[in-house]
Design a protein. Structure first.
Length: 128
């Protein structure tokens, strides 16, 4: 099971981070970021397979791929903002983390506008 490998990697990295933080605190942040990137890269195949399935379903359902693309961008912004905020929190920069989260929320709202407009357009067509 891949989750066991990821949890093992995370736990080993956490133990290593405890020791590195005591000896060279300035290197601990870089190690933490590297660990996060490695965990993400281990998941890339699963992420790509989910994207393929979603794209296939959208094509079968005759959906506009622009909407699927937008939803995937929104999910990507959410994950990237969360990762950046967590890295900032690891560096004891909670205010910067909050600003990253705010920026992520604003960008998600901006990306969602075309979908909201399309839904409103459908609703207006249904109303007499």
């Amino acid at each position: 099971m891949e989750i066991i490998q990821i949890v093992g990697l995370g736990l080993a990295g956490a133990v290593l981070l405890v020791f590195v933080r005591q000896i060279k605190p300035e290197h601990a942040l870089f190690l933490s970021i590297a660990l996060g990137v490695i965990i993400f890269l281990t998941l890339i195949n699963q992420i790509l397979s989910v994207l393929r399935v979603l794209q296939d379903l959208a094509i079968r359902a005759n959906l506009n791929l622009l909407y699927l693309e937008t939803i995937l961008k929104i999910i990507g912004v959410a994950y990237i903002a969360e990762f950046g905020a967590q890295v900032c929190r690891d560096a004891n920069e909670g205010t910067v983390a909050a600003k990253i989260e705010l920026a992520g929320k604003v960008l998600i709202m901006v990306l969602a506008v075309p979908i909201v407009l399309a839904i409103l357009e459908i609703i207006f067509k249904l109303l007499p």
